[in-house]
Design a protein around this ligand. Structure first.
Ligand code: MG
Length: 215
């Protein structure tokens, strides 16, 4: 069986199990798509086979794909009914990632009141950097996405509508979590189209955590 492995800077490697994503977790992005904010977080999933840690990727031809930079949390031990207060015990690391999205298809599916799944799940649609310790001081710095050297998105953990402890509490109250589950925690405003040949840099503060080329 093919495993989808992510690496931690401490040398650990984890086979990923499920890819969970949060929608509408930053007010600016909800506004730019014309979506109301909700009183509870909205979750969806990507197929595991969409995950990539590669330095260059191909995207499906004939589709218009948008970038969404996000903080991505690694769950390092199984749990259910986790309280927000205990949630840090379940976080094995944090990365930057791209929730790549076929926005036109997503809008068509939303208009038809159908699941978004295929607009979010295609090969290479879940990009992650290596994982790092969740040091709340460092990770409260701005994270950003540059395309060809120009900043196109930036955000801060503090700007989330639902913070990471609450997201873990909420999701684990509905479904058991597994070691190796990862969670994309939502994107700040500034989503836009990626083109073949673009070089994308994902960074936090002054550090670049991942560079990826669209080929
Ligand atoms: Mg997203």
């Amino acid at each position: 069986m093919t495993e989808y492995i992510i690496s931690h800077e401490n040398g650990a490697q984890y086979p990923v199990r499920n890819i969970y994503c949060v929608g509408r977790n930053y007010a600016g992005h909800a506004r730019e798509l014309g979506n109301p904010l909700l009183s509870e977080p909205v979750f969806f999933q990507k197929a595991l086979t969409c995950l990539t840690t590669a330095d260059s990727i191909k995207l499906p031809p004939d589709r218009i794909i948008q970038h969404e930079i996000e903080l991505v949390i690694l769950i390092s031990k199984p749990g259910e009914g986790i309280s927000a207060d205990n949630s840090m015990d379940y976080i094995g690391g944090v990365a930057l990632g791209l929730d790549l999205t076929d926005r036109k298809l997503q809008n068509e599916l939303k208009d038809g009141k159908l699941p978004w799944f295929l607009s979010k799940s295609f090969k290479n649609s879940a990009v992650v950097s290596s994982f790092h310790e969740l040091d709340l001081i460092n990770w409260s710095e701005k994270f950003w996405l540059k395309i060809n050297g120009k900043v196109v998105q930036e955000g801060k953990m503090d700007d989330m509508e639902f913070d990471i402890p609450f997201l873990i509490e909420f999701l684990s109250s509905r479904i058991p979590l597994l070691a190796g589950d990862i969670m994309f925690t939502g994107t700040p405003k500034g989503v836009g189209i990626v083109h073949k040949g673009n070089v994308l840099e994902l960074g936090l503060g002054a550090s670049v955590l991942k560079t990826i080329r669209i080929t």
